[in-house]
Design a binder for this molecule. Structure first.
Ligand SMILES: C[S@@+](CC[C@H](N)C(=O)[O-])C[C@H]1O[C@@H](n2cnc3c(N)ncnc32)[C@H](O)[C@@H]1O
Length: 469
């Protein structure tokens, strides 16, 4: 593979005696990974049902390698059920090493297409709030789809410039992930197009953007909160020097140790302008040291305010009060009737209706007037004239035990693929022809979407844009 000369020279300076081992990696194939969605299935249960060979990624509890030239996990019905995300192994590290617990307020600031946001959402286990943002609205659409597929409901998906976002969320978040736009040097082996992109926009271009994003994230973090900053590049201007810049601008931040793994390398203080010793706690990932591509990670903590030693995270982050627009005074009869088959209790104060769309909001949402958002909360469905039609996102959110009318097919049943293609199904062997109404279609116990039953035939309600061609 032909690499830019100036890049090779930089890597020689950076890696010294390890340079030859690094260059040898370009002669080897890339690695393929998948990450199990623990919101839907345990790692052990997935290992039991996984229909193709996988081997554990040693530093990611829910990550596995698969043989990408032999199998296509993206085409399997379990993918359509949101049981896993396909992701290059080292790219799993940032969301894995940001300590997120259920109930927290978490921001993924550069989130599309959702490789990290889906993991952060899974870690929240349906409690707290995930705000997933990407400046590109077209990329944010893909992000929303992946979060829906993963069954994440406690979320806001936005497409905002970070500086504008910071006006809505002052000192609000417990945890922030910045998977920064970068020059992508760590992805040269995986994607040759990255070399051309690097020649157009290199480290100097991205370093300015990264500094701006870091400062905005700092303003949105509550005292005591943590930021995980990551790039998939090797250049010091985008890595050690970006963190050095933040610490100089915001001295209330300190660098924290990252859960170690033998294959990680330390950050390199000598690459910063002030030889900042603590940069050793940041992590560099090189493809010649582990089976993955290149990354950089830094975990940062904002100091607690001296007068707030009680440490209640909820004291900071005064937000504009949310308007009452969309709030439901009376739950529509059609929704009540549909809900007879749903096994969880609807909390009326979390329902919002905008036009035909019915949403189930996270327990706490700020006023987002003026912000560009793609989704607030879980889209339950459409309230049309005298009927309620449940959404694809709602189907993906539901577990089998959450709904009473289930049609559960084995993965080997050819009707699964027919369903995913949008075809009408014959199901009279499974339900009495007298039954009718909305059925949750599952594969081996995991939801795929809706079907509407009438006279022994199942009308396909799988979202048109998601169908297999
Ligand atoms: C490395 S990618 C994120 C990948 C994503 N975290 C994932 O794991 O799937 C960086 C993202 O930053 C977005 N971006 C570019 N400039 C930005 C800016 N100024 N502010 C916020 N996001 C930006 C890009 O649209 C891109 O989606």
């Amino acid at each position: 593979m032909k690499l830019p000369v100036s890049f090779e020279e930089k890597m020689k300076r950076l890696l010294k005696e390890e340079f030859d081992a690094y260059m040898d990696c370009y002669k080897k194939p890339r690695f393929y990974g998948l990450r199990v969605n623990t919101r839907k299935i345990s790692v052990e249960a997935f290992q039991e049902i996984c229909p193709f060979p996988i081997t554990p990624i040693p530093w990611i509890e829910n990550g596995f390698y698969y043989e990408g030239t032999a199998v296509s996990p993206g085409k399997h019905p379990y993918y359509a059920a949101g049981l896993y995300y396909l992701q290059e192994p080292s790219a799993m590290t940032p969301a894995n090493r940001l300590p997120v617990v259920p109930g927290e307020r978490v921001l993924d600031l550069c989130a599309a297409p959702g490789g990290k946001a889906t993991e952060l959402g899974a870690k929240l286990k349906g409690e707290g709030l995930l705000v997933a943002n990407d400046i590109s609205s077209s990329r944010a659409k893909g992000l929303l789809k992946n979060l829906e597929l993963f069954g994440i409901g406690n979320l806001l998906v936005l497409s905002e410039e970070p500086g504008h976002l910071a006006q809505y969320f002052p000192e609000y978040f417990d945890k922030i992930l910045i998977d920064a736009p970068c020059s992508g040097e760590g992805m040269f082996r995986k994607d040759k197009k990255m070399v051309r992109a690097w020649e157009e926009h290199g480290p100097d271009y991205f370093s300015k953007i990264q500094k701006h994003i870091l400062l905005q994230a700092a303003a949105m973090l509550r005292p005591g909160g943590k930021i995980l900053y990551s790039t998939c590049t090797f250049d010091e201007r985008e890595n050690e020097q970006a963190i050095e810049f933040l610490l100089q601008e915001c001295p209330e931040f300190t660098i924290q140790a990252i859960v170690p793994y033998d294959g990680f390398a330390e950050g390199i203080p000598q690459l910063s302008n002030t030889q900042m010793e603590d940069l050793k706690k940041t992590v560099r990932i090189f493809p010649h040291r582990l089976d993955g591509e290149g990354h950089y990670l830094a975990l940062l903590q904002k100091r607690e305010k001296a007068f707030d030693l009680s440490g209640s995270p909820r004291k900071s982050g005064s937000l504009a009060q949310k308007s009452q627009r969309g709030r439901v005074r009376e739950v529509p009869e059609e929704l009540i009737s549909f809900w007879q088959d749903v096994n969880w209790e609807l909390s009326q104060d979390r329902l919002e209706i905008h036009g035909e769309k019915v949403y189930y909001m996270p327990s706490e949402v700020p006023d987002l007037s003026g912000a560009r958002f793609l989704r607030t909360g879980l889209l339950l469905g459409d309230w049309k004239k005298r009927r309620f039609e449940p959404s694809q996102a709602f189907a993906m959110y539901l577990k089998k035990e959450d709904y009473q009318k289930i049609l559960d097919f084995s993965c080997a049943d050819e009707r699964v693929r027919k369903y995913l293609k949008g075809e009408t199904l014959e199901v009279s062997d499974l339900v009495s022809p007298s039954e009718k109404g909305w059925y949750l279609i599952c594969v081996d116990g995991y939801s795929l979407g809706w079907g509407k039953l009438s006279g022994g035939t199942l009308k396909n309600k799988y979202l048109a844009g998601w169908r297999l061609s």
